[in-house]
Design a protein around this ligand. Structure first.
Ligand SMILES: Nc1ncnc2c1ncn2[C@@H]1O[C@H](COP(=O)(O)OP(=O)(O)OP(=O)(O)O)[C@@H](O)[C@H]1O
Ligand SMILES: [Mg+2]
Length: 329
């Protein structure tokens, strides 16, 4: 299996506080990995670290491979050049990702000027093609607009056009939490999925919309308190929900759909631990219905279930994995 993105032993600290704990993720070529979890679980920190875009006061450790090439060792000018070439990034905040005082066509054109040494006219033509590729009607007219003249969904399409412009092996997208309505978001993810399958790009997609995840993700990784607690094929994560946290998260799906815009996204009893809490045992044990004394004292390691390939396989960090498998058969 060829991997577009592979992250291993990734940890992130903001000052003394550790937001990400030894995370491992794999995004195969042309596939979508959805990264899900409550607010503050560390999803954006993983995305930013993988794209080497963390703020200066953050520190990271671990390996990031893009199409088999080590990214962790690069710095400065090398990184700027590789960003866009190797990793396309769509930020959580589409307005922050775009320059408000520059026409969107120009913003895309600059990518071609900087990375491909095209002149103004050639790069402008490529920008229009890029806008057309994300299925925006009248691309030449849209190229002349400023970000504030576009809807939230259109702005996100422009961000995607920029992210895909140089055909990077992987696109990392941090979905806006509230800015877009669910159907717009679903349309966009379907579009990205189509484009990436077409171009062979792998996607790491951070989302709060489980409905969309169920529909378009090939793989799912569930984050809790800076750790990946479950990682596997979407069908297996959804159907079997081996980790009690995954079950709790998916149970909120129905409530969420019935909820009002602006409602908290996941409502699971209790609170996740704050960054400065010292965690002993499984980070989920204070909220877990299955917790035993073992869970309170020993942190579970990720265990593989199923074969190495195939849709009935994955990784779960839970002391009760065996019990559940037994209970289900
Ligand atoms: N720049 C920063 N400085 C200090 N702490 C930070 C910074 N960015 C994130 N954190 C902290 O790291 C933890 C993980 O944050 P992160 O933004 O990665 O979570 P998230 O899963 O993306 O949340 P959301 O769903 O709300 O976007 C949180 O406790 C957050 O407060
Ligand atoms: Mg985030």
């Amino acid at each position: 299996m060829t991997l577009a993105l592979s992250v291993d032993g990734l940890s992130v600290w903001y000052g003394e506080e550790r937001a990400v704990h030894s995370v491992a993720l794999e995004v195969p070529v042309g596939k979508v990995l959805a990264l899900i979890g409550e607010t503050g679980s560390g999803k954006s920190s993983v995305a930013l670290a993988a794209a080497r875009l963390l703020p200066p006061r953050a520190r990271m450790e671990g390996r990031v491979l893009v199409a088999g090439e080590e990214m962790s060792a690069l710095s400065g000018a090398q990184l700027r050049r590789l960003r866009g070439e190797k990793v396309g990034f769509v930020t959580q905040d589409a307005l922050a990702g775009l320059n408000p005082v520059m026409r969107v066509g120009r913003q895309i054109a600059e990518v071609f000027q900087f990375h491909r040494n095209l002149n103004r006219r050639e790069s402008a033509a490529r920008a229009v093609e890029s806008i057309e590729q994300v299925r925006i009607p009248e691309p030449a007219a849209v190229a002349r607009l400023y970000p504030h003249q576009l809807s939230g969904g259109m702005r996100q399409r422009i961000m995607i056009a920029i992210a895909l412009a140089l055909r990077p092996p992987v696109v990392i997208a941090d979905e806006p939490t509230t800015a877009l309505d669910v159907s717009t978001q679903a349309d966009i993810l379907r579009l990205v999925r189509e484009l990436c399958a077409e171009l062979g790009t792998g996607i790491l997609w951070i989302t709060h919309d489980m409905g969309v995840v169920a529909e378009v993700a090939d793989l799912v990784a569930v984050m809790y308190a800076g750790r990946i607690v479950e990682h596997g094929h979407a069908a297996s994560v959804f159907d079997r929900q081996q980790h009690p946290y995954t079950r709790a998260l998916l149970r909120t799906l129905h409530d969420m759909r019935a909820g009002q815009p602006g409602d908290p996204l996941f409502q699971i009893e209790g609170q996740p631990p704050s960054l400065n809490t010292v965690i002993t045992g499984c980070p989920f044990h204070p909220r877990c219905p299955m917790a035993t004394s073992l869970c309170a004292t020993e942190e579970p390691v990720s265990q593989r279930f199923g074969g190495l390939e195939g849709t009935e396989s994955g990784l779960v960090a839970c002391h009760h994995l065996g019990d559940q498998a037994g209970a289900m058969t």
